[in-house]
Design a protein around this ligand. Structure first.
Ligand SMILES: NCc1[nH]cc(CCC(=O)O)c1CC(=O)O
Length: 329
């Protein structure tokens, strides 16, 4: 086959999950543009190098993504593929999200050494490895007896730290991981152990991928556009708007989920007049205080609902909860 057009260079982290995701996007782009060569640039991010420290301590959310973003800004790649939940809520100047592919299962999964598949099966005082304030506070809200211990490393490392620990290392009874990542890594038995969202609401943008490019690169933008799923995109942009408006950071125990509600109604599908359910949960580190928002609206009213949610949560004291110190700090 003749490959005459400018190649598409995709930048991504080197971790197995990041690589798998980048290759999923690469394959989809290859199918759309059979005459365009797809190349990859695998990049070591700061977050992957400083694995023994808490994410919150070493620079927070942007850590995994900013090295890759700088490669993109320098023109050394055309596209970056990220887990959208790892991207800061506001776009880096000069870059934009060109497409959000269809989002898969949003839940977290319980990975327990004894095979427990729900929180109530865990032994009293079980030690749960997580460095996520969101997961820790919701765990403690459901089960105040649990002990939380910091855990870091990529997905495979964390599974091994629980299931097959090295001698003389910290013992963990369980950890929580996103089902979406486990599925992409083909760990389907573990991905089946989902926790319902009424107990464990996911992080904003969990399970969604971001295909990012330079805002002025119209060729690449146009090439990526067919990979965009409009309802997943609307949902995650709503979630990012909420994080930005609340100025949530990596210390914040906040969960946000905007979900298209299945009405099954043909007219709704045709007119795109989709209903979204917006859920927000903000907690104190120990889970004893919890602010919640849960309402539905149509696409065209979503902006207004976000504003209502943000002002309501702020009135109820969200700022104090969001900026109090949590585990890992
Ligand atoms: N911060 C790590 C990270 N970023 C995205 C995912 C999972 C995949 C996703 O949410 O798309 C994970 C691991 C995890 O939380 O289990």
């Amino acid at each position: 086959m003749r490959r005459s057009r400018k190649p598409i260079v995709i930048a991504s982290r080197r971790s197995l999950l990041a690589r798998t995701q980048a290759e999923m996007v690469g394959r989809a782009l290859g199918k759309l543009h059979p005459n365009v060569e797809i190349q990859y640039r695998w990049i070591e991010s700061e977050g992957d190098i400083k694995l023994n420290q808490s994410l919150a301590d070493i620079g927070g959310k942007g850590l995994f993504t900013r090295t890759i973003e700088s490669v993109l800004l320098k023109g050394e790649a055309d596209i970056a593929v990220h887990s959208l939940k790892d991207l800061p809520a506001r776009d880096t100047p000069g870059l934009m999200i060109a497409a959000v592919p269809k989002r898969t299962v949003v839940n977290d999964c319980l990975i327990a050494k004894d095979g427990s598949t729900s929180l109530d099966q865990l032994a009293t005082g079980a030690i749960i490895g997580t460095s996520s304030p969101r997961r820790a506070s919701q765990l403690l809200r459901a089960r105040p007896d649990l002990k939380i211990d910091l855990i870091r490393g990529n997905v495979e490392t964390r599974i091994n730290k629980v299931i097959a620990p090295q001698p003389n290392t910290i013992h963990y009874d369980a950890t929580l991981l996103a089902a979406a990542g486990l599925r992409r890594l083909k760990k389907l038995d573990l991905a089946a152990r989902t926790i319902p969202t009424d107990i464990m609401l996911p992080a904003a943008c969990q399970a969604a991928l971001a295909i990012q490019c330079r805002s002025d690169d119209h060729v690449t933008l146009t090439r990526c556009l067919p990979l965009n799923n409009p309802s997943s995109s609307t949902a995650v942009h709503a979630e990012r708007e909420i994080l930005a408006a609340l100025e949530a950071d990596c210390h914040s125990a906040i969960a946000v989920l905007a979900e298209p509600v299945e009405t099954g109604d043909e007219l709704t599908k045709r007119t795109g007049d989709q209903t979204y359910r917006l859920q927000i949960r903000i907690l104190s580190p120990d889970g004893s205080h919890c602010l919640e928002f849960d309402q539905q609206t149509k696409t065209k009213e979503l902006r207004r609902l976000i504003k209502t949610a943000v002002s309501q949560l702020k009135e109820q004291g969200a700022d104090d909860l969001l900026h109090s110190q949590t585990i890992g700090a």
